[in-house]
Write a protein that binds this ligand. Structure first.
Ligand code: FAD
Ligand code: SF4
Length: 433
């Protein structure tokens, strides 16, 4: 009788435990496969702030795995939490908050890949008095943090008294991602004389998310607008929200204008851009960490058909497209556009091989070349971009190709050298907080 009772009560528990173990084993195998794929693709370096997990403390509860809003970034392998897709981590930090045994520390960079973080004081001022930094450039990523910091930085700037010089601006805001937008609204709210300059389009990094990407955010407050409580929305909805605000508040943003230098001038700074020169008593850098894409510097490059990043391959269906560059970004862009129906794609590279790119991408390019889906021009240089064509010099002879779109993937100029040119100190972090 007693044995019967034990069997009756124990059997379901054993069943539940066995089902749990099977599911857990399957999940661990899935995580291990993801990690192997990331290692083979050479994608083991997180871009910025990311968790480091102490295996001696981890009890394998999986809270961090469930807490990460980006999905499969952390997984359990061998009963311990591991970063399985490090390069996809964007530093939400939700894992650190939920870990019951404090096994997670958030750090910048790794032992092999340093991350440059500028020295910024609590009032967002750098070591150069009058130059301020807010948003992801200062090390604090995420949309909400950028918005909060943009507003707070303007609060600090407005406390500094104005000069009597009416020709002088109070602040030039460089970049109009979430931090720059929030700062620009705050400057408007406090009636500061300000100019916002954005080299690309409104929204910063958000505008470059893949189509339909779900943006996870915490509530934030935008100056002149108020509280924003939605926690999950698509990239398109967030950009639409930003555009609506700009329209309603009549905020002026100089889009397509890049700041090239910031130099000391009497009582402040001289900010030189691709279109103008501004005199200002302070500068707020909200330029993020993506840097400035390297340009071709050829006639016709300012046409809207020339872009510096592939966002949506489908938009090129049926078009004649030129991709410029020899790194992974160029090879991936060329192949994914060439896979779209009706496209004619040429990949132009100034040297004679793609030896900087990963093997997987080189093999994909070879396959597409052989099947006639992709035309590759080695030792080639773009001479001119015309409305419906491009002029290219390849192996010493000039060619004119029909063209409707140019995607330049020639790398970028990282913010560090820009900051150093202004005298701002940066510290390289190798896996430290
Ligand atoms: C793939 C991916 C997914 C992400 N998902 C999320 C998410 O779900 N939730 C979340 O909260 N965060 C997410 N993030 C992080 C978030 O996008 C950034 O933290 C945030 O955009 C930082 O805002 P920012 O204003 O500081 O900089 P950015 O958004 O990078 O904006 C900087 C702007 O400055 C401009 N600029 C740079 N140099 C110059 C110059 N010299 N002159 C003029 N303009 C210049 C740039 O063109 C850019 O528009 C994600 C990031 C990535 C890469
Ligand atoms: S939350 Fe902490 S203890 Fe739990 S799996 Fe993650 S790192 Fe390990």
């Amino acid at each position: 009788m007693a044995l019967d009772l034990i069997i009756i009560y124990a059997a379901p528990m054993v069943g539940i435990w066995a089902a749990y173990m099977v599911t857990r084993k399957r999940r661990e195998a899935h995580s291990a496969a993801k990690f192997t794929a990331a290692r083979e693709a050479g994608l083991l370096e997180p871009a910025s702030l990311h968790p480091v997990i102490d295996p001696a403390k981890c009890i394998g509860c999986g809270s961090c795995v469930r807490a990460c809003p980006e999905g499969d970034i952390i997984g359990l392998i061998g009963g311990k939490a591991s970063l399985v897709e490090p390069s996809h981590c964007i530093g939400h930090g939700a894992c650190e908050v939920v870990c019951p045994v404090n096994a997670i520390t958030l750090v910048f960079g790794t032992e092999t890949r340093g991350v440059d973080i500028p020295n910024v004081a609590e009032d967002f001022q750098t070591n150069v008095p009058g130059i301020y930094i807010a948003g992801e450039l200062g090390g604090m990523g995420l949309v909400r943090n950028a918005i909060e910091q943009g507003r707070q930085a303007i609060d600090s700037i407005r406390k500094v008294t104005r000069t009597g010089d009416r020709q002088m601006l109070d602040v030039v805001i460089v970049g109009c991602g979430p931090a720059g937008l929030s700062a620009s609204l705050a400057a408007m709210q406090h009636k500061l004389r300000s100019v916002t300059v954005e080299q690309d389009s409104l929204g910063g990094t958000v505008a470059h998310f893949p189509r339909g990407k779900l943006v996870m955010t915490a509530p934030f407050t935008l100056p002149l607008v108020g509280k924003f409580n939605i926690r999950e929305l698509s990239k398109e909805e967030l950009i639409g929200f930003f555009m609506n605000i700009v329209r309603k508040t009549r905020l002026k943003i100089n889009l397509g204008e890049r700041v090239e230098s910031v130099a000391r001038a009497p009582n402040g700074f001289e900010v030189r851009t691709t279109r103008s020169t501004y005199r200002t008593r302070s500068v707020l850098l909200t330029i993020g960490r993506r840097g400035t894409p390297r340009r071709l510097d050829v006639p016709g490059e300012d046409q809207t058909k020339v872009v510096y990043r592939l966002i949506d391959p489908e938009q090129y269906r049926g078009q004649h497209v030129l991709v410029v560059g020899g790194g992974d970004a160029a090879l991936e862009a060329a192949c994914s556009v060439a896979e779209q129906p009706g496209t004619t794609v040429t990949l132009s590279h100034r040297s004679g091989s793609f030896n900087r790119a990963k093997l997987k991408n080189r093999e994909r390019v070879d396959e597409m070349r052989q099947s006639g889906r992709l035309n590759v021009l080695f030792h080639s240089t773009i001479r001119q971009v015309e409305p419906d064509a491009v002029e290219i010099e390849a192996d010493g002879s000039a060619q004119r190709l029909r063209n409707q779109a140019v995607i330049v993937c020639a790398g970028g100029i990282l913010p560090t050298s820009f900051l150093e040119s202004m005298g701002i100190e940066v510290e390289t972090k190798y896996g430290t907080a």
